[in-house]
Design a protein around this ligand. Sequence first.
Ligand code: IPT
Length: 991
Amino acid sequence: MPSQLSAYVSDTAPGRGALRTARSWLHSDAPRRSLNGLWRFRLSPTASVAEDFAAEDFDDSGWDGIPVPSHWVLQGDGAYGRPIYTNVQFPFPIDPPHVPDENPTGDYRRHFDVPADWSDAERVVLRFDGVESLFTLWVNGDEIGGAAGSRLAHEFDVTSSLRPGDNVVAVRVHQWSAASYVEDQDQWWLPGIFRDVTLTARPAGGIEDVWLRTGFDGGRGRIETEITAEAAAFPVTLRLPELGIEQVWATAADVAPLDVDGVEPWSAERPRLYDVTVSTAAESIALRAGFRTVEIRGDRFLVNGRRVVFHGMNRHETHPERGRVFDEEHAREDLARMKRFNVNAIRTSHYPPHPRLLDLADELGFWVILECDLETHGFDKLGWAGNPSDDPAWREAYLDRIQRTIERDKNHPSIVIWSLGNEAGTGGNLAAMSAWVHARDTGRPVHYEGDHAGEYTDVYSRMYSSVLETEQIGTDGSRARLLNCTPAQGARQRTKPFLLCEYAHAMGNGPGALDQYEALVHEHPRLHGGFVWEWRDHGILTTTPDGTPFYAYGGDFGEVVHDGNFVMDGMLLSDDVPTPSLHEYKAVVAPVRFAFDGDEVAITNLRHSADTSDLRFHWRVEHDGTLVDSGDLQVPVVAAGESARVPLPRIPVSPDSETWLTIDAVLAAATAWAPDGHVIATAQLDRSAPRPVPAVRRETGWRQSDGTLTLGIAEFVDGSLVRLAGRAVAGPQLELFRAPTDNDEGASEEVEESDAGIAGVSNAELWRRDGLDRLTTRRLSVERTAGALRTIAKVSAANSALSVIVESVWSVQGDELELRVEIEPSRGWLTVWPRIGIRFDLPDGAAPVDGAEWFGLGPLESYPDSLRAARTGRFSSAIGDLSVDYARPQETGHRSRLRQLTLTSAGTTVLRIATLPDTRGRRPGFTLSRHTPQQIARAGHPFQLPDSTTSHLIVDAAQHGLGSRACGPDVWPEFALRPEARTIRLRIAAG
Ligand code: IPT
């Protein structure tokens, strides 16, 4: 057994034994029994455990219990090993198809009853919906077979080994196998039986498989039915009660397409499904048909004749406690959340999800790219030498994978494109997969991003191409070379529809530039949108030794090789909390657009096919963020692709505050994914009357006692501020540093000429080199005039000759204090700066600053290249809620374009700060946090942030953009912050 097993783990064959051909995951009324539940379990460190544990009479009473489905590394508190996270790297030697002897192997056993009335079943089939990575199956001591293909279904005919009453099933699962080389997706390695195990009685005269291929053309639907059943199973009846269809086919030869009138089409926007049954005398299958036709016409990808724009997410199956174990309720809520954030498409990166997910996608409405379980990314390191994708020894395994993928899910209307896999280089086996798909399913195109030259796929797909390059792909007549393409290949790729299978890497704070990508889609019809990388963080909930819970990433489990927090790159945090980037995304891709024009607004419906009859439009007018009037906007129903112009309501304009009109498009009625009133799209119009910026009138207001100078509410000692309104305050201190975001830490080589960065070197590294995180100050002068205090300081870092001159002028006007800070860099600064700000430290004292109210942009954080979700208004927040809990602490919390800020303590006003625009009309933003940028930068996890006794207010004249350089382009030049002179003007008053 031992030698045999180690040979098996290195076998590239996809399976052995009584393996059945792949078929759909059907909702059948044939008797079935779930074998989910508690199994007996034993973990061994190697694949070669000699004991014959599969024998019926083997005594497993000393074994532990483990739930199926589950991953053993997420069970037993570390008793069964720990998860490993790698992106591209293989966590074992690259020695294909071999894996090390140190190969954690889980043995599973359980008893189950076969009901007596199953004796009339023709066959009994045992199905495994997901086992990572290779397994062998025994029933009552008989070896039945084995299979690889972790995220694929495997069925075994176990009839001859079963008996009525008690039976024993034993399964041996190896964590590593030859299959691991082709399952090198960027995710945790999570071994075990992690999807359902089901025993199914197959009745004589049953339906082996059924495929309803549906089409839609101008109000007519079509069903082409493929039935796999023995001749004796006929007649077969197809019923579609809602349309009064009852079609009986006496023999297989009679099965013919059905044309059906009066059907409504299926789309991601109106996911109209019809219940269908396909039955024989012995078995009935329930399906939900959606009528739609997928087609490529020239460089357009069309469904039901209309161009599709993918506003998609890459969706991995990941949960902080369950890993890849499916939970229907959680998945449904996750999908509903996508819908609420205007997501209309899913790429099932990088393997088929639990089959039930596709029922949910059909029902809630998503365009789905269904991807095969395939990735060999680790061979990139070897220049793709030995890549299984081009090695005939792997051909059968590749074909098996794509067949299992397509056969299982072929009935879903939501699936509009098949994808061969991800990052598997290129080669003959991929071409063979594509050929197989083309022959099997003529109704859906084939995608694979790695087919750069477009030799065997139907759509042109790229990941992380820059805005500039994406534009060139979309532009007719552009001669720009396409990546890895000869000019001729590039020309061919430009004849196909284009999509970004990955873009906008959502790691940590970011990405920026979502709106720039989106704008291209509306300018160049060849560009069909894309799929954000990725929907959610993959953090695993764990605890520190002292019991503090946190979401672990690579390295937190002591892995030998790992890729750190690269697995935390979702628009959703591990605990389901949407990050500001998801709000930004929602605003950017909103399917309804508003364009203000004089006293009218043009409302454009950008949807695929749905009109706006499900929406109503609500307006409100605010003066400095305070509601003064509101109502409903009368908007006619706008068809997809059309616009309507409607008059604006009468807007009362305030003479002494800002006047803003806000229009929301909201759901007129509850849907399966959101309540009535849910906001789909928002637009704002600034109707403020021009107001002069008040001039500074300096008053004389000094008082002096005991070495303390008092100017209005400010007290100074030796020229330095010590108190404001009676409470201790330090500052203002020049702050140029922000805790680097994951994008700031990105060191990609791909730096375009227009970028600010240096290829291969991160901006964060340059900031640390220049000492932005460790600035020191030398006071140059303190000057007191009758009405003002003026200090000048030179700020610079150790071993650097670069500096910044900071001039602060304090004066009073009435009961307000005015602070004017002039910031002027020396010559010679070469990099971008993270920010140009001034910091005030507010020690807790008796009344800690624990909240803020402001009028400016909000409610969430915003940055120069991520401003679309932010609106002008009045907001409030507790200090803790101003920061986002990114898995690795980093810059967070910047609120742009601040007008008024109130710092509060337990709801009581501590200080009121108003900003004045600079000479170019720009307002500063603010950050209020319990930690300084330097403290945040030092923490790898939130629990590593030190206890705090101080609140820190940073007023930023400017912040650098976000970009997506963690995996993609740097900050667009327009939003990059170059060292420059800036002025910050504040009016400060007591509560
Ligand atoms: C790309 C992968 O396809 C995806 O799985 C993920 O790893 C992503 O990167 C980064 O998070 S591949 C990369 C070479 C662009």
